[in-house]
Design a protein around this ligand. Structure first.
Ligand code: UT7
Length: 381
């Protein structure tokens, strides 16, 4: 069984910056309170014409370019998100169309802020396959899986609720996985859930439980609600446990970790987790001050930035760990197998991807046009 390796990565955050001082003009808060209680200084907010899928696509192109993989090589696209463009179709299908990934299966995965770790685990299993049957993703360079975490949390944030609106931001991160026999790759995954804590972090209305109505809108039930202190208590327990469990699968211990890439929720949570694992602060990646909590996007954005900043070297042990709505938690251990620093794309590669992007747009338009022609023909019959 050839393990799944991360062969490309890319992230995207919107241009618009919302600072703590900006928030202090909107609700009764202060830069000082937000910094000391959360570690956040600013976050990115999507423009009106940006969506979860559009940010996911930007991150995906960057990851594909870095990997040197073309969209037609993709067998699988998973988008982990709590803020899909629509309840259906899946955001992953919108991404599939925008990339022109004509051979890929595509689906969304909902596991709150742990979504990316869940998606990485599911994709790795599909990439690796089993001894008795091949995986969904073709082995070697012929196939690949794209795993994305993407969120537009600004659309479900109640901008009049100071207990939540200071925390969240928008963005997307993506990785490309391929199977090969080389040393390293994804060593293991631990996933968990406890639905009895579902009400601690919830978007109450808009689903079949509470369909949209005048009442749900008037009562602001289409915005996320969180019992922060209880989530905090859960997080500081769940994160170190998940990390220890995933390392134990490979006979490793926290001291072996080169870089921990945790879900970026609160700097205090990261510090407590680091202490519980006896990790020096420089082994725990944090970009929380710049982006806030981007839910399922936070781990892949952090992973991409850490790799691009040269904080991850070949053969390093990298552990991603998350927790969030569900309640869910999870960790994945990766023996980084790509030589770093990654070479910047050559002119030829940049040109090739510009052509592929143009082709993807044209392909989508053509397919819509042909479908429109057929539907006209059917009307006339
Ligand atoms: O990714 C999903 C997971 N989510 C999380 O990880 C969130 C986990 N929880 C947390 O990060 C923290 O609980 C928060 C940052 C949400 C809150 O920090 P806290 O230290 O737990 O504050 P608190 O809720 O205990 O509130 C302390 C005080 C309260 O005032 P009183 O009742 O003591 O007078 C709040 O009303 O701080 C007040 N407060 C604020 N004050 C200024 C709450 N939010 C704000 C605010 N600005 N934005």
């Amino acid at each position: 069984m050839a393990p799944a390796h991360v062969v490309g990565w890319g992230s995207y955050v919107p241009e618009r910056v919302l600072t703590n001082d900006d928030l202090a003009q909107m609700v009764d808060t202060s830069d000082e309170w937000i910094r000391t209680r959360t570690g956040i200084s600013e976050r990115r907010i999507a423009e009106d014409d940006e969506t979860t899928s559009s940010m996911a696509v930007q991150a995906a192109w960057r990851a594909l370019k870095k990997a040197g993989v073309s969209p037609s090589q993709l067998d699988l696209i998973i988008v982990a998100t709590a803020t899909p463009d629509h309840a259906f179709p899946a955001t992953a299908c919108l991404v599939q169309d925008a990339l022109g990934a004509s051979n890929a299966a595509a689906f969304d995965l909902s596991a709150g802020c742990t979504g990316f770790v869940y998606a990485l685990g599911v994709a790795a299993d599909m990439v690796e396959g089993k001894a008795s049957r091949p995986g969904l993703v073709k082995p070697g360079k012929d196939g690949a899986a794209l795993v994305i975490g993407a969120e537009t949390l600004s659309r479900i944030t109640d901008w009049s609720d100071r207990t939540t609106c200071v925390l969240f931001g928008d963005g997307a991160g993506a990785v490309v996985l391929q199977a090969d026999d080389n040393y390293g790759g994804l060593l293991g995954t631990v996933l968990g859930a406890d639905g009895s804590g579902g009400d601690l972090l919830i978007l109450p209305a808009g689903g079949s439980g509470e369909p949209p109505s005048h009442r749900t809108v008037a009562e602001r039930r289409h915005y996320l609600k969180m019992r922060g202190r209880e989530v905090f208590r859960f997080a500081v327990r769940a994160m170190p446990d998940a990390v220890k469990d995933v390392l134990a699968q490979s006979d490793l211990c926290p001291g072996d970790i080169d870089l921990l890439v945790p879900h970026q929720a609160n700097q205090r949570i990261l510090e407590v987790a680091a202490k519980a694992l006896d990790l020096a602060p420089e082994r725990v990646y944090s970009n929380l001050d710049r982006y806030g909590n981007t839910s399922a996007a936070s781990i892949p954005i952090a992973l991409c930035e850490a790799a691009d900043e040269g904080l991850i070297q070949r053969d390093d042990l990298v552990v991603c760990v998350g927790f969030g709505a569900g309640l869910t938690w999870g960790a994945s251990a990766v023996r980084w197998s790509v030589p770093l620093p990654a070479e910047p794309p050559t002119v030829w590669r940049r040109g090739r991807y510009a052509v592929l992007q143009g082709y993807a747009r044209l392909r989508s338009l053509m397919r819509r046009f042909v479908r429109w022609l057929f539907s006209r023909g059917m009307k006339e019959e």
